[in-house]
Ligand binder design. Structure first.
Ligand code: ADP
Ligand code: MG
Length: 399
């Protein structure tokens, strides 16, 4: 497990310049920020450093300008949101290195905050160019990485800076690493992993890694169809990757060797058309799916027995919805299992960690996101962590 320094390891920072990598890749519509979750995630780190008297320079990327100055992707557009969330005045600096940043640092008083320009305006960011890294570092005393969501990239401001400046994990990074560590690196056993979503192909590495790590692998969503089909179940018109049969059988064999029990649904919710509350909706055994039907959710009996599995577990890692939850009533299995996991977590018998764009949306839909031990909003970085990969941005913080 990564051992890293946190803000607790900083001594007097009064007047010192902190480069803080955060996630300001905010969703926008017509030039207005539609969701400030990512700013709120790093607010504790930014305010703690400012309140301790550091001059805080925020580094972040925004969109994919690919090394060019694209005015519609300037971070100046998020300043109002950052100010609103922090409740402080924040300066904007149109550079990330060189004399203009130096000048900005000169203007800032201890405890002041500035946002530097979109790091991806410079080609050296994604190339992790040592010259750019050196130039950015030249204006600062230390580096804080608070952007777990970007830690799967070895870029100048997500990885490079940690090698040339004293480096610390911010509070959000720290919380994420501690939660994920508890869930898979050193979990309390038995551990269950719930993996769903549309396709096996997008999560092959995740499945391969999990069978060696967890006691129960619960498969749902569209990917369960691929598993069922590999076991010669006729899944009708269901979303299914028939070409992955050999791969699925390998995963099942690896699971058996590792002592991991794989749970596939034995009853399912099917329909002839993919629409809300369709007339052709029915619940059946997996062996009774007709040629013109598709499986769109895990059935109620399977959900009940999966609930019993969760009750025996101490740790749960969840990625991917159990069914096509965006369309009613195919949200039932996802919602029921989410509520069970939430109740077990509230009782203190389960550590529950979940992540993934659609998974987070599904848990919000079930109204239980706040009850989970930890919810990662990190998308790509979360999946790479579930694949057992060491993320470059995290490795660079290792002491
Ligand atoms: P995440 O973003 O959490 O990693 P994925 O993107 O892998 O999750 O998968 C989410 C998608 O999978 C959802 O849009 C959901 O509708 C779809 N899905 C789940 N079960 C099924 C199913 N049985 N058939 C078709 N699509 C499904
Ligand atoms: Mg998704």
């Amino acid at each position: 497990m990564t051992k890293f320094r946190t803000l607790d390891d900083l001594s007097d920072v009064t007047g010192k310049v902190a480069l803080v990598r955060v996630d300001l890749n905010l969703p926008m519509q017509d030039g207005t920020v539609t969701d400030d979750t990512r700013v709120r995630a790093s607010a504790p780190t930014i305010l703690e450093l400012a309140d301790k008297g550091a001059k805080v320079l925020l580094l972040a990327h925004f969109g994919r300008p690919k090394g060019d100055r694209v005015s519609t992707q300037s971070l100046s557009m998020v300043i109002d949101t950052v100010q609103a969330v922090l409740g402080r005045e924040v300066m904007f600096c149109p550079e990330i290195a060189g004399p203009v940043v130096k000048q900005t640092v000169g203007i800032l008083r201890a405890g002041d905050i500035a946002v530097l320009e979109n790091t991806r305006f410079w080609k050296g960011e994604e190339a992790n160019d040592p010259e750019l890294v050196k130039a950015i570092a030249a204006n600062a005393d230390f580096f804080v990485n608070d952007a777990f969501s970007a830690a799967h990239r070895a870029h100048a401001t997500t990885e490079g800076l940690a090698h040339v400046l004293p480096a610390y994990a911010g509070r959000s990074m720290q919380a994420e690493l501690e939660a994920l560590g508890k869930a898979l690196d050193a979990p309390e056993k038995p551990v269950a992993a719930l993996v769903g979503g549309a396709k096996v192909s997008s999560k092959l590495e995740v499945l391969k890694h999990l069978v060696s790590k967890v006691d129960h692998l619960i498969i749902g969503g569209g990917m369960a169809n691929t598993f069922l089909a590999a076991n010669d179940v006729d899944v009708g018109k269901s979303l299914c990757e028939h070409e992955l049969k050999a791969t699925v059988l390998e995963i099942l064999e690896a699971a058996e060797k590792a002592g991991c029990t794989v749970h596939l649904p034995y009853d399912v919710v099917v329909s002839k058309e993919f629409a809300a509350n369709p007339a052709s909706l029915r619940i059946c055994n997996v062996h009774e799916v007709a040629a013109d039907e598709m499986i769109l959710d895990v059935g109620p009996q399977a959900v009940e027995s999966l609930g019993d599995v969760l009750k025996t577990c101490k740790t749960l890692v969840w990625n991917g919805p159990m069914g096509a939850f965006e369309t009613e009533p195919f949200d039932k299995a996802t919602v029921a299992l989410a509520r069970m996991a939430a109740a077990l977590t509230r009782e203190g018998s389960l550590v529950s960690v979940a992540g993934g764009g659609d998974t987070v949306a599904a848990l919000n839909h079930a109204g239980v996101a706040a009850d989970f031990s930890y919810i990662s909003t990190a998308g790509g970085a979360f999946l790479e962590w579930m694949e057992g990969k060491e993320l470059p941005g995290v490795r660079a913080l290792n002491v």
